[in-house]
Design a protein around this ligand. Structure first.
Ligand code: ADP
Ligand code: G6P
Length: 483
C-alpha cells in the first residue's frame, strides 16, 4: 500500500530535556499546527527534526527520542550543532526567511551557510529515500528544504513529489538578489507540483522561473525538457472543528475546571464590564509587526484618551529563533515598548498591556481566543497567518472583530475582517475605534461569513486538494511521456 511521506524541517512534536527526562510538546508555527490533522487522519509518515541537537541528547536517551517520534508516526532527523547553525539559524533564517519576507536589509549571503544548507538538504533527501517505496507520494514542506525535491528526483526520476512553500515567494526583483537563485529554483522544480498560499506568490515564482532559468511558462505550468511542473495556489485552512469544539467545550467548563488564566480574564470582565480586550498572538518575529502594533496602540491611546481604562491589549509572543541577532534585538525592543507604554498610561487599577512571552498550552489559547473581543494582527509580511483563522473559528457566538493586515496571505480570503495597512497608524487606530464600537449585529454578520468560508476550506480540504492535484499532475506526466 502506498503512503504519503511528509517532510518538514520541524516535526509536529517538539522534544526537550527536563531533569534528564524527555518532554514532548506540540510545535508552534502554522506548518506544524496546520498539517498535524492531515497526518493524524491519514496514512503518512513524517520526517523532520525534534528540536534537540545530537549533542544535547544524552547517549542513554537517543533510542527514546526515536521511540517518542515513532509513537506519532514520525522519523527524527538528527542535526548536530554545526548543521543547525549553518542550515537553520544560518541560511534558512538569516537568508531565505528575511529575503522572502522582503527584509532585504536583514538578508545575509554567507557561502558557508549555503554549503551547510545544501549538505543538510541532502541529509533529509537521503532519509526520505531510505523510507521511499514505489508509489509513495512525497510531500516536502517549506523554505528550509527548497533543494530536497530535485535531490530526490535525481535518485528516483519517477517519484511523485509535491512541494509546498508556507511563506511568501518574493517578487522577481527581490528574489534575483540571491546569489544562489538558479540552484534554489532548480531545487524546487524537482517537484511535480509546487503550491503556494496565494496567487501572488505563485505569480512571483513563475516570473522568476521564466526570467532566471528561461523556462517556458504556460499559464501555471513550467515546461522542462522531460516533464511539466505545475504551480498552483492552495490557501491553507485550519482544523476548524477542533477549534470550534474546543471553544464550545470551554464554555461548558465548571468554575473548578477553569484555568488560572481564564479566572484572571473573567475577573477583568467583572471588574470592568464595559472594557474591551484586544488580543494578539504571534511567534516573536520581526515579520509579525509586533513593534509597529505596539506603537499604533500607543498612538491610539495618545489620540483617544477616552479609552484609557476601557481597553486592554493582551499580547502573547512565543519565543522563536532566539539565536538570530534580529530576534534578540526585537525582543529587547518589545520589552522596552511594553514597559514604556504601560509606564505612560497605567492607572492604579489598570495596565494597558498584558504581555506574555512564552508558549502556552492549547487550552490557554482557547481561553484567549474566546475571551477577547477584538483580534489585532498586524504582520508586515506573513505567508498566511493561521492565528487569524483560529480566532474566527472559536467565536461560536459569532461576536468579535478581526483586524488584519493586508500583508498576511489570510487577508485575501477574509474580506469581512477590518483590513489595514500595518504601516498606517491612523488606519490601525481607526480600525480599533471601529471595532470597539461595532454593533453586535454587524459583528455577527461579518463573523458568520468568515466562519462559513473557513469551515468549508478546512486544512483537511486543503491537503486533499493538494494531493488530488498532485496525483493528476503525475497522471499527466505519464501521458506526456507516452506521446
Ligand atoms: P507562523 O506559522 O508564522 O508562526 P501562524 O499564525 O500561521 O504563524 O501560525 C502560528 C501557529 O502557532 C498557530 O497555529 C497558533 O495556534 C500557534 N501558536 C501561536 N502562539 C502560540 C502559543 N503561545 N502557544 C502555542 N501555540 C501557539
Ligand atoms: C513558520 C514556518 C515554519 C516554521 C514555523 C516555526 O510557520 O513557515 O516552517 O516551522 O514558522 O518556526 P521554527 O523556526 O521554530 O520552526
Amino acid at each position: 500500500m502506498s503512503k504519503t511521506i511528509i517532510i518538514s524541517n520541524r516535526l509536529p512534536l517538539q522534544i526537550s530535556l527536563e531533569n534528564d527526562d524527555l518532554k514532548v510538546s506540540p510545535s508552534v508555527g502554522g506548518l506544524a499546527t496546520g498539517l498535524k490533522s492531515f497526518h493524524r487522519d491519514g496514512d503518512s509518515i513524517w520526517i523532520g527534526w525534534t528540536g534537540l541537537t545530537e549533542e544535547e541528547i544524552p547517549e542513554h536517551l537517543k533510542e527514546d527520542v526515536k521511540e517518542k517520534a515513532k509513537e506519532e508516526a514520525c522519523i527524527s532527523v538528527n542535526l548536530n550543532q554545526e548543521e543547525l547553525d549553518g542550515f537553520y539559524y544560518g541560511f534558512s533564517n538569516r537568508t531565505i526567511w528575511p529575503l522572502f519576507h522582503y527584509f532585504m536589509e536583514f538578508t545575509e549571503a554567507d557561502k558557508e551557510h549555503w554549503e551547510t544548507y545544501k549538505r543538510v538538504n541532502q541529509k533529509y533527501a537521503d532519509i526520505i529515500l531510505e523510507h521511499y517505496e514505489d508509489g509513495d507520494h512525497i510531500w516536502v514542506h517549506d523554505y528550509q528544504l527548497l533543494l530536497v525535491p530535485n535531490m530526490i528526483r535525481e535518485q528516483q526520476p519517477d517519484a511523485i513529489i509535491g512541494f509546498f512553500n508556507h511563506i511568501p515567494f518574493p517578487s522577481y526583483e527581490v528574489f534575483r538578489t540571491l546569489p544562489w537563485r538558479e540552484e534554489v529554483l532548480k531545487g524546487m522544480l524537482g517537484a511535480d507540483l509546487i503550491g503556494f498560499h496565494t496567487y501572488d506568490y505563485e505569480r512571483h515564482f513563475l516570473s522568476s522561473v521564466s526570467r532566471i532559468l528561461r523556462h517556458q511558462v504556460d499559464f501555471n505550468e513550467v515546461a522542462l525538457p522531460d516533464r511539466i511542473v505545475k504551480v498552483d495556489s492552495f490557501p491553507m485552512g485550519i482544523d476548524y472543528n477542533k477549534f470550534e469544539s474546543a471553544a464550545l467545550n470551554h464554555f461548558e467548563n465548571t468554575a473548578e475546571e477553569q484555568s488560572e488564566l481564564q479566572r484572571r480574564l473573567d475577573h477583568h470582565l467583572e471588574a470592568t464590564p464595559d472594557a474591551k480586550l484586544i488580543l494578539s498572538i504571534d511567534r516573536l518575529d520581526y515579520t509579525k509587526g509586533i513593534a509597529n502594533r505596539l506603537r499604533a496602540f500607543e498612538y491610539f491611546l495618545d489620540n483617544s484618551p477616552r479609552y484609557i481604562e476601557k481597553i486592554r491589549l493582551v499580547m502573547l509572543a512565543v519565543p522563536s529563533r532566539s539565536n538570530v541577532p534580529q530576534y534578540q534585538r526585537l525582543k529587547r525592543e518589545i520589552d522596552e515598548l511594553v514597559g514604556r507604554i504601560n509606564g505612560k498610561f497605567s492607572t492604579v487599577s489598570w495596565t494597558p498591556i498584558w504581555y506574555f512571552y512564552r508558549s502556552m498550552p492549547f487550552e490557554n489559547l482557547i481561553d484567549l481566543y474566546t475571551s477577547c473581543d477584538i483580534a489585532l494582527l498586524t504582520p508586515i509580511r506573513d505567508g498566511m497567518n493561521l492565528v487569524a483563522k483560529e480566532y474566527v473559528a472559536t467565536r461560536t457566538n459569532h461576536t468579535g472583530v478581526l483586524i488584519l493586515s493586508e500583508m498576511a496571505g489570510a487577508a485575501q480570503e477574509m474580506n469581512e475582517a477590518l483590513i489595514i495597512n500595518p504601516n498606517n497608524f491612523d488606519q490601525i487606530a481607526g480600525a480599533i475605534e471601529q471595532a470597539i464600537n461595532m454593533p453586535e449585529e454587524e459583528q455577527m454578520q461579518r463573523m458568520k461569513m468568515l466562519q462559513k468560508r473557513l469551515k468549508r476550506y478546512s486544512v483537511e480540504k486543503w491537503a486533499q486538494d493538494f494531493m488530488k492535484t498532485l496525483r493528476n499532475t503525475k497522471a499527466n506526466r505519464d501521458s506526456f511521456k507516452s506521446i
